[in-house]
Design a protein around this ligand. Structure first.
Ligand SMILES: *Cc1c(COP(=O)(O)O)cnc(C)c1O
Length: 381
């Protein structure tokens, strides 16, 4: 089976991990700060807080922005459930903004309209979570200018976008326009730490809060202690935080992987260009051309074939095709909260025709040709 995504581990990556296991601390050592520094250097964000998953990073991002019971958080239906769940962890209500079918990302016109209506009914969200779907950057400048007028804070779910460039200045989200940018290092993403994630920000106070929430709400910096009575102690718990720390074993893998990230993205872009060329005559909609994408996913939309039948036929030919994404509001958990099918028609129509083709740095030319041939055969039948 050719999977839709896969990690790429080198001998040097393995050596980096083994070095930590042989010497040094397994957690709370110097590898996590070194990984955070490397992430800052690469992405051009002022602060990076590494954590044990992208989902944890989304959770602490919401907490740092003060999301709580009674608040509202918006995202798009065309994403992984974690983009919405983070708000639910904080007791907030979730709502969605439909996608633009051309970009498959949040539709800025719909966003504008929904903000105006929400303002009138005093139902503005505290935070909007935008998703750089498939590794293509959203128009962050336009989105930030719009939501700033309404006092809405901005989280970028950049789980797909590490390595995508924006304004020629940023290479994993755009912390200049968002409050917090979230990354994931799950094995199918741009780089991996097995499980892992990070929150990036250019705001010092937010960086402090992110760190606090990721480690029990505890600070060890006596200059930040709020209580006199424990001034002699080593640490002080100030808020209710979690243990979301990344280990040094995982960070060591991240440090080695990050060195190869530009090569990974180049490889993904070359594979995407080959799909563009080889599939352009088929009755399918290809992803939009984007020279700055991190190319996390290559999603085609069938124009007049039965998606489920094609999906099964491709699976039967040994392709690990996938579907990104079941609209979040279609999941039973969200249906039970009151969402119904038909509410976000662009996300739903897109989903019903979408198939994700294999795309990862180690995909060989032969295997890609096999994918292309298999797709041609299935669409011909
Ligand atoms: C992978 C992913 C996440 C969650 O990341 P984990 O590291 O798996 O917790 C969040 N949002 C999106 C869009 C993702 O693809």
């Amino acid at each position: 089976m050719i999977p839709y995504g896969a990690h790429d581990i080198s001998e040097l990556d393995i050596e980096g991990v083994v070095d930590v296991l042989k010497s040094g601390l397994l957690t709370q050592g110097d590898k996590v700060p070194a990984f955070e520094q490397a992430l800052q250097n690469y992405t051009n964000a002022s602060y990076a807080v590494a954590v044990n998953s992208g989902t944890s990073a989304l959770h602490i991002a919401c907490l740092a922005l003060g999301v709580e019971n009674g608040d509202i958080v918006w995202t798009t239906p065309n994403t992984f459930v974690a983009s919405a769940n983070c708000a639910r962890y904080c007791g907030a209500d979730v709502d969605f903004v439909d996608i633009d079918p051309a970009t498959r990302q949040i539709c800025i016109e719909s966003l504008k309209h929904k903000l105006l209506v929400a303002k009138e009914f005093n139902k503005l969200p505290k935070v909007l979570v935008v998703v750089h779907f498939a590794g293509h950057m959203c128009n962050m400048k336009a989105i930030a200018e719009l939501v700033n007028q309404f006092g809405v804070k901005l989280i970028e779910d950049a789980a797909h976008a590490l390595g995508a460039s924006y304004l020629g200045q940023y290479k994993g989200g755009c912390p200049a326009y968002s409050d917090i940018t979230v990354l994931s290092f799950h094995p199918v993403k741009s780089i991996t730490t097995a499980e892992g994630g990070a929150a990036l920000t250019n705001n010092k106070a937010l960086a402090h809060l992110l760190r606090l929430f990721a480690s029990h709400g505890i600070t060890k910096d006596s200059q930040n202690f709020v209580s006199n009575s424990v001034a002699a102690a080593h640490y002080e718990q100030q808020v209710l935080g979690f243990n979301y720390r990344l280990s040094d074993v995982h960070a060591a893998l991240g440090i080695m992987q990050l060195k190869r990230l530009d090569k990974f993205v180049e490889k993904r872009a070359a594979l995407a260009a080959r799909y563009d060329e080889e599939l352009k005559d088929l009755p399918i909609t290809l992803p939009q051309f984007d020279p700055f994408s991190a190319w996390h996913l290559y999603v085609i939309e069938l124009n007049h074939h039965d998606r489920d039948a094609c999906f099964e036929a491709l699976r039967a030919k040994g392709l690990g095709v996938n579907i990104h994404y079941i609209p979040v509001h279609w999941h039973p958990y969200y249906q039970q909260l009151g969402f119904t099918k038909g509410q976000f028609p662009h996300s739903e129509r897109y989903y019903l025709n979408a198939i994700t083709l294999p795309l990862f740095p180690a995909l060989t030319a032969d295997n890609q040709q096999y994918v292309i041939n298999a797709l041609r055969e299935v669409l011909r039948d």
